[in-house]
Design a protein around this ligand. Structure first.
Ligand code: NAP
Length: 262
């Protein structure tokens, strides 16, 4: 299937590692031109060099998105470099365990890490996306619908992203800009591995979690998330908007009894 993404301009947040890196690489494989805004520097710069050697653009912008000026700059730098913006992928985030005990100040700080930059980027990118009849894809989390315990702020941020997916789909419908969210549950990434390493028995915990994933009893790969993102960004999904799509091997919704008996 030709996804018709050749030469489209895509801005991905947190594109240097994990799910974001998978998304960046999938868009590049489709011939898109990509800008990646990321806090750490080394991986993003290395990807820029790697793709330049193949004649492709993987433009790296360094910045911490919890500062909304970085969000503004990321949009402006992308448009300055490529002259347009077709797709925005809001991906950067961290399950930072800001709990009920943490208090209001930490709660607000966490929303800056996980929610406010999603809004800020859409705010700054809205006119370019409308000009291009573009598309927005948010990366959410199953925590928004299941809870997890001990992570109030992340749950609130991800719940907010679900709500904004519907809200923005309405805002942009008249201009043809589509807005969708992809929901990972258990995807193998540096973030996930770091979290597991805080457990007393990381390997044992990993095996236990895998037993609850109906499809293949394994973690979702970053490429599997990225494939859905790329499809949702493409004109091939031209009548899909306001949707929250779980790419999780059935982890969130399938009958627990079935998983236990498999
Ligand atoms: P990851 O492996 O930690 O990668 C996240 C990337 O985003 C890193 O490159 C990180 O930069 C960057 N980033 C994070 N916060 C940033 C900020 N404030 N400013 C700029 N860059 C920032 O995480 P992941 O597992 O791929 O998660 C990506 C998204 O998927 C997140 O929204 C997460 O909530 C969601 N998610 C993941 C899972 C899962 O199973 N992995 C499940 C549900 C939802 P640094 O290099 O500086 O750290």
């Amino acid at each position: 299937m030709d996804l018709q993404l050749q030469d489209k301009v895509v801005l991905v947040t947190g594109g240097s590692k994990g799910i974001g890196e998978g998304i960046v690489r999938s868009f590049l494989a489709e011939g898109a031109r990509v800008a990646n805004v990321n806090r750490s520097t080394a991986e993003g710069q290395a990807m820029e060099v790697e793709y330049a050697a193949k004649g492709q653009d993987c433009f790296f912008i360094q910045g911490d998105l919890s500062d909304t000026e970085v969000c503004r700059n990321a949009v402006e730098a992308t448009v300055e470099k490529f002259g347009r913006l077709d797709v925005l992928v809001n991906n950067a985030g961290v399950n930072d365990g800001v709990s009920l005990d943490a208090g209001p100040d930490e709660f607000v700080e966490s929303l800056r890490r996980n929610l406010v930059h999603y809004y800020a980027l859409v705010h700054y990118a809205r006119h370019e996306l409308q000009k291009a009849t573009g598309s927005i894809i948010n990366i959410g989390s199953k925590v928004s619908v299941t809870g997890q315990g001990g992570t109030s702020a992340y749950a609130a941020a991800k719940g907010g992203i679900n709500a904004l997916t519907r809200e923005w789909a309405v805002d942009f419908a008249a201009s043809g800009v589509r807005v969708n969210t992809v929901m990972p549950a258990e995807t193998w990434t540096p973030l996930y591995e770091n979290w597991l390493n805080t457990m007393p028995d990381p390997e044992g915990t990993k095996r236990k979690i895998e037993q609850f994933i109906p499809l293949g009893r394994r973690f979702t790969t970053t490429a599997e998330i990225a494939d859905m993102v790329v499809f949702l960004a493409s004109p091939r999904s031209s009548h899909t908007t306001g949707q929250i799509i779980f790419v999780d091997g059935g982890y969130t919704h399938l009958d627990r009894k079935f998983t236990a008996e498999m």
